[in-house]
Every structure is written in C-alpha cells, then in structure tokens.
Ligand binder design. Structure first.
Ligand SMILES: [Zn+2]
Length: 264
C-alpha cells in the first residue's frame, strides 16, 4: 500500500519488499512524541518497525502506584507495549540500562549491544534522537543518539566487533540515519541547538491523535500529559527529521518520505 504522501518514485527506487525501520530511544514514551508519526506511516506503507528503548524509565519523578523501581519498571514496560501496539510497531523492546545514567555506561558495551541489534534486524533506515537530547535536552536522549549513531556507522564494518560475526551474523550498513528534531525550543529550558529539519512528514489528524493516544498509554506519566500534549500540539501536524548520514554520498534535499531513495 502506498500512502498518499509517500513519494514512492521520488529519487529513484524505494524497497519493494518490506522496508525495515529501527528507532532507538531512551525512555518509554519517547517513541510517541518525536517518532509516533513516522512509525505509524512506515507500518501503514507495509514496513516493519522496531523500537528499541534503552531504559525502563525507572528513575521517573512520576511513579503512578509503583512502590519500587522494579514495580515502576514493570509498569512502564507494559505502558510501552501498549503505546507500541497503537503505533502499529512490529517489535518493541525495552532494554535494561539504568534510567538517568546512560552517560555513565561503558561506551563500547552499549555500542556493541546496539550494533548487534542492527546486524540482526538489518534495517534500511535508523531513527534516533539528536545529540542535543531533543527539545528537553535530557542527557539520556543525548547518549542514545551517540550510541545509535555509532551503531549505524559500525554495524557495516567487519573490523568493528568482529566477534559478533561468527555464527552467521553478517555486517549490515543501514542506508539512512535520521535524528528526530523540532522547529521550536521550549521557553522554560536552557538554550539548545537542534539539527536543522531536512525531512518533513505531514501527519493526518488521525495520525496525530493516535500519537497523543500512544502517549496517554504511559499512565504512570499522567501528571505530564498537559505538558506533553502542549509540546506535541506545538509540533502540530508536522514531524521533522534531520538526515544525519546516508550510505550514498549526496547533497541535502528536502524530503517528505524517510525511505526516499532507499534501495533493496
Ligand atoms: Zn525521554
């Protein structure tokens, strides 16, 4: 099925078989705000979508009825699964890295972990947050950006984590890396420098409302709903991305399809 906004023939081909997209995030709920439209769109066009969230969000200020980090972690995993279901995500996974401490993790260990996942899933396109940490500039967001960026670049190189390449796993170079970005900053925060938008998805009202509904699946974070909804409404019908890397050298062009130019 081809979405009306999908420029299927723009800039050559697009994978005819099921395109695969991996989105790396830091916390349960990140998938809804900056990526909810892209995830829905890819699924609607017959693609396979994976969200890999590095932490269970157990350090959150808002904790619902959870009495411990373990309980909060279990609740947030359930909320993440419900949100992914609404966004038609094919495979959602929450890893076990400590919330609020991604900057204290061993760089090589985390990059190896994400590189192995890229080699297993073999995505065409990788999405993550920008290294500024998104509009909230959360340091976990910044770190997932850096880890995912290195996994994008290193998954295709046979001299990076060669121990993974025994037992049948092969190298894999995804074709495009995008950072989720925004056309606004938050007034009540310290200044941030966002990556310029190079790709724009114009969401239908249904896609936007589904994004909001996906965020509301995160019931432990209910006190944040008004704030997040206001932020999401600021994004409005636009979800914007920055093309940070591409496997084919190219000049930047305004895009409306994250799979434009992607080959089998
Ligand atoms: Zn987050």
């Amino acid at each position: 099925m081809i979405h009306k906004n999908c420029l299927f023939l723009e800039r050559g081909t697009r994978p005819q078989k099921m395109p695969r997209l991996v989105c790396f995030t830091a916390h349960p709920d990140d998938e809804a705000g900056a990526f909810g439209g892209a995830l829905q769109r890819c699924a609607a066009e017959g693609g396979e979508t994976f969200v890999i969230c590095l932490t269970a969000g157990q350090a959150a200020t808002h904790r619902g009825l959870a009495r411990s980090d373990q309980e909060l972690s279990a609740l947030r995993r359930q909320e993440f699964a419900a949100s992914c279901k609404l966004l038609n995500v094919s495979h959602g996974e929450v890893l076990d890295y400590p919330d609020g401490r991604l900057d204290a993790q061993d760089f090589r260990t985390v990059v190896a972990d994400l590189t192995r996942r890229v080699r297993q899933i073999r995505p065409h396109v990788v999405l993550t947050i920008g290294p500024e940490g998104g509009v909230t500039a959360h340091h976990d967001h910044a770190m997932v950006s850096i880890f995912a960026t290195m996994a994008f670049h290193w998954a295709g190189r046979n001299n990076r984590f060669p121990e993974q390449l025994r037992n049948g796993l092969g190298v894999h170079q995804p074709q495009k890396l995008y950072y989720g970005t925004a056309l606004f900053t938050l007034r009540d925060r310290q200044p941030i420098s966002l990556a310029p938008a190079t790709a724009t998805l114009e969401l239908s009202t249904k896609e936007l409302e589904t994004k909001l509904a996906a965020f509301r699946c995160h019931t432990t974070q209910a006190p944040l709903y008004p704030y997040f909804e206001a932020t999401m409404r600021k994004r409005g019908h636009l979800e914007v991305f920055h093309l940070a890397a591409a496997s084919t050298p190219q000049k930047i062009e305004a895009e409306t399809d994250l799979f434009a130019g992607v080959k089998e």
